[in-house]
Design a protein around this ligand. Structure first.
Ligand SMILES: [Zn+2]
Length: 282
């Protein structure tokens, strides 16, 4: 009797531990590949992500209150996203747009409770070169509506391709998305968006390969570049932002498929302070 009692207690302990781990994993999924945890000093790596969202008292205006580690969301002078004012752009011949090295790649798809995120199965096949530094693709994910504004106007959605260099520095490429033709490259993805928050076991594996350079077809113009931050907690700065000048299109059905899961997962635009936005050359 005593034996089974002890076993019973142990079992509950184990179950509670598993439940706790699952909760932690779900709540913290954004941080998994999103950058920052790895960027912080070792002492902060185990820092548990606080629950945050896009509305109410865990919304963007309150992120800085949720954790001292998020203070920069309020105090930072180089926060993202921003309104890109095309009349104020600074042409800079010394500043190149990122050189893209994307290949046909297999992705798995996660619903992390904040967005839909696609992770390359093999981590090092896709990279960009920016300012002579190589940044490897970590994941790409979506916001609706867009996070960046162009001349004060939001697009229907925005995709962020998040890259990291060997030192843990981040470079994100953003592309605005508007309604139009079906995006064939993302067809399978948008028919298989995981409706519930996923776990390791319920990640969706796409069968087809995606070559992300296809997202830039017809986008031969230069890119906007500026220094910014993560647009989700902890909103760490030091992120090199490149935003494509040309938006891409998704069909109304594809946009609806995403917005059914996430609408309003965009942080409001932040003060530019003394930053400038550059038009980078080819
Ligand atoms: Zn994003």
């Amino acid at each position: 009797m005593l034996q089974s009692n002890i076993f019973g207690k142990r079992k509950w302990y184990v179950l509670a531990l598993i439940a706790g781990l699952l909760l932690f994993q779900t709540a913290c999924a954004t941080a998994s590949k999103q950058p920052v945890a790895q960027q912080e000093p070792a002492s902060a790596v185990a820092h548990e992500e606080k629950h945050w969202g896009y509305t109410g008292d865990v919304g963007p205006a309150y992120w800085y209150t949720l954790d001292p580690a998020y203070a920069i969301a309020k105090d930072g002078k180089a926060q993202s996203p921003i309104n890109i004012v095309t009349g104020d752009l600074v042409a800079n011949d010394a500043l190149q747009k990122p050189v893209l090295h994307y290949h046909e790649t297999r992705f798995e798809v996660e619903n992390n409770g904040h967005t839909i995120e696609c992770l390359p199965i093999h981590d090092d096949e896709n990279y960009i070169t920016i300012d002579a530094q190589q940044y490897i693709l970590q994941q790409f994910h979506f916001h609706a509506p867009s996070e960046h504004q162009i001349d004060g106007v939001y697009a229907d959605m925005e995709v962020h391709l998040v890259h990291k260099d060997a030192q843990g520095n981040l470079a994100v490429v953003g592309i605005l998305i508007r309604g139009g033709q079906e995006n064939v490259l993302l067809r399978e993805l948008f028919t298989k968006l995981p409706k519930e928050v996923t776990s390791e076991e319920t990640l969706v594996h796409l069968e087809g390969l995606i070559d992300l350079s296809g997202l830039f077809t017809g986008n031969d113009e230069t890119m906007y570049r500026y220094d910014g931050s993560l647009t989700t907690p902890p909103c760490s700065e030091g992120v090199k932002w490149s935003v494509a000048v040309q938006p891409i299109e998704l069909s109304a059905a594809q946009i609806t498929a995403f917005k059914t899961l996430y609408t309003g997962n965009n942080r409001p635009v932040q003060n530019l302070h003394d930053r400038r936005v550059f038009l980078a050359r080819e």
